[in-house]
Design a protein around this ligand. Structure first.
Ligand code: ADP
Ligand code: MG
Length: 265
């Protein structure tokens, strides 16, 4: 069964898109089949995967509105080796149009329902707000990955996000869990980083990934070449950190699978 993760944080600029693109490429490097769903009208994940958002015939917008089938809209990221359900500015209209639709929170879930098993992992890149698009991501997902920048206001807004996740769990998607909290743009020399890390450990315990993503200029450069860091500069600290994250995720999944099998015996 494919694992569907929403990569979300209503703050902009915390590394959601960078995480989505680079985690997708890293999972491909471990021979997993991956679909990246771009759910941000900015289309940064689409562009960062080497797909031109300005020349899309159809996009995730048409899929959400039920006007195109998901499999007809996906494109291959040649640089990343994964499939992409691309987005562009058209998606801005969907935020409003969805409000009048039947099962408005479940449009993405329904679109993925019969086809998600084509992939081992589906990663959804969310917009920087808790709007209907993010609600669609959280309703379709099994787990939430929250990238956080360990800076002064990092924890502000986190309670609103956790509250939204709890509401979705109560009403629309009882199986949804917080999969992991990821520290991005990490700088261990900064004492504030250390303080925020300590608070995150206290609040989230072992949900906090041990892997930290360092601040690394290659991660910032790669998108303008339409590539994940792994194809732009495989030796870079950023590319290596995202490989480590993929490894940590896979180990966690194997461990929880074993625990489930064990309890079933
Ligand atoms: P979000 O999707 O949450 O808005 P992005 O992934 O687009 O955030 O990241 C915001 C900016 O920071 C982008 O310009 C990106 O290239 C840069 N960035 C993200 N992660 C890192 C990192 N670890 N090191 C350096 N720059 C980064
Ligand atoms: Mg983004």
């Amino acid at each position: 069964m494919s694992k569907i993760y929403a990569i979300t944080n209503q703050k902009g600029g915390v590394g959601k898109t960078t995480t989505c693109v680079n985690l997708a490429a890293s999972l491909v490097a471990t021979k997993k089949r991956v679909l990246l769903v771009d759910l941000d009208p900015q289309g940064n994940a689409t562009m960062g995967s080497g797909i031109d958002k300005n020349s899309l015939k159809e996009s995730v917008y048409d899929v959400l509105l039920g006007e195109a089938a998901l499999l007809d809209v996906i494109q291959r990221s040649e640089s990343g080796g994964y499939d992409v359900l691309p987005a562009n500015g058209d998606l801005t209209a969907a935020e409003v149009q969805l409000l009048d639709m039947d099962r408005k929170e479940q449009r993405l879930k329904l679109a993925l329902k019969d086809v998600a098993d084509k992939w081992d992992y589906v990663l959804i890149d969310c917009p920087p707000s808790l709007n209907m698009l993010t609600v669609n991501a959280l309703t379709a997902a099994r787990g939430v990955i929250i990238p956080m920048q360990c800076e002064y206001y990092a924890l502000e807004g986190l309670s609103a996000l956790v509250e939204t996740i709890n509401q979705i769990t109560a009403v629309l998607n009882p199986g949804l869990v917080i999969e992991g909290i990821l520290r991005t743009m990490h700088d261990p020399r900064n004492s504030l980083t250390v303080d925020v890390s300590a608070q995150l450990t206290e609040y989230f315990g072992d949900k906090l990934y041990r892997t930290c993503i360092p601040r690394n200029v290659r991660l910032a450069e790669a998108p303008s070449f339409g590539q994940p860091a792994l194809s732009y500069d495989a030796q870079s600290k950023g590319a290596i950190a995202y490989l480590a994250l993929a490894g940590e995720m896979l180990r966690r999944n194997e461990a929880s699978l074993k625990a489930t099998e064990h309890s079933a015996v």
